[in-house]
Write a protein of this length. Structure first.
Length: 335
């Protein structure tokens, strides 16, 4: 328990009353965790829980940066969240986003989305509510393969608190081909969605560098009371420099695609740096500055005979090696 200041004993409040009064207090001045603990006669841990609750309710609570003990504050004179109204088109867009997150079923994110939809429905006229079934039918997700994250609900709940409140987390992670888990004390920076899979990009205290952890390989996560500051050398832009999610130095990649698939190449952006040049034969050449040769190799092979790597030599060698190995799988067995 944080020591109380001398004077009159603080009044005991119910949780709802305390949250309301704490919100008003934070809208009047900046407070440290110790300030709030003393004012409301609660522990620091309870203050953190109340702060999380206030943020979860959507109030724009901010935390100070810099040296010294951090302070929390709402905008001066803040009077609560304004009511939100949605048009049928905005509601349609919300359902579209929700339908494309079916792989998150059973996670805190899916629960939050369901809560948002229920709140919206509660304020809609009956005519609009009756039209919701049609709105839902306006979009149908078709995603393969899917990864289920329902079993990771507790892990994701800890991670999102670490991400939102900049708190260090201990991850118990099992790497591929390893039988045991390894504990990593990390500062979570970004939750990354890649090909319907979830990853957390974090600064690892163990490795003294940034690491990417697949959510399905995290067996347990523990939230600590230690706050962290985003390192100045971190940039989310670094996450998109590679062709996939595994970092490698960018290099010039040139791949020729046949005229049979040229239209597919032109219709999509495969990498932010790409350029596509059309040839007289109808073929196209895709050029990009990207890293991640293993992932590019798999992508090239998925095009079969319609793709030919022009450079770099290392990528040509990787594709050739994989093709030779695959051919051996279908070679006639000799007795």
């Amino acid at each position: 328990m944080t020591p109380r200041r001398p004077g009159r004993r603080p009044k005991k409040y119910s949780q709802a009353e305390r949250l309301t009064r704490m919100t008003r207090t934070l809208a009047s001045r900046a407070c440290t965790v110790n300030d709030l603990a003393q004012e409301f006669d609660i522990t620091r841990r309870q203050v953190y829980r109340d702060i999380e609750r206030i943020q979860e309710e959507g109030h724009p609570l901010t935390q100070s940066d810099g040296e010294g003990e951090r302070t929390w504050q709402l905008p001066l004179g803040y009077r609560g969240l304004p009511p939100i109204t949605l048009s049928p088109y905005e509601l349609m867009s919300l359902y579209l986003a929700k339908s494309h997150m079916t792989y998150l079923a059973g996670t805190p994110f899916a629960d939050d989305l369901d809560g948002i939809v229920q709140k919206i429905q509660a304020g809609l006229p009956d005519k609009t509510v009756n039209h919701l079934e049609r709105i839902v039918q306006t979009s149908v997700p078709f995603q393969r393969p899917l990864r289920g994250y329902g079993k990771q609900k507790v892990v994701l709940d800890v991670l999102r608190k670490g991400l939102l409140f900049q708190r260090t987390v201990v991850l118990h992670h099992q790497a591929p081909k390893y039988d045991d888990t390894i504990s990593h004390r990390v500062d979570p920076y970004t939750l990354l969605l890649y090909q319907n899979g979830l990853y957390v990009m974090a600064y690892s205290h163990r490795a003294k560098d940034y690491r990417l952890f697949a959510i399905e390989r995290i067996h347990r996560a523990e939230l600590t009371d230690d706050a962290f500051v985003i390192r100045p050398d971190f940039s989310q832009k670094k996450l998109t420099e590679g062709f996939g999610i595994f970092g490698e130095a960018a290099r010039t990649i040139r791949i020729r695609f046949s005229q049979d698939v040229a239209h597919l190449l032109k219709e999509r952006q495969w990498h932010p740096t790409q350029t596509i040049k059309s040839l007289k034969t109808g073929d196209v050449v895709l050029t990009m500055q990207a890293g991640g040769l293993d992932e590019i190799t798999s992508w090239v092979l998925s095009w079969g005979e319609n793709a030919q790597v022009l450079e770099p030599p290392e990528l040509i060698e990787k594709v050739t090696t994989r093709l030779v190995a695959a051919q051996k799988q279908y070679a006639p067995k000799t007795r």
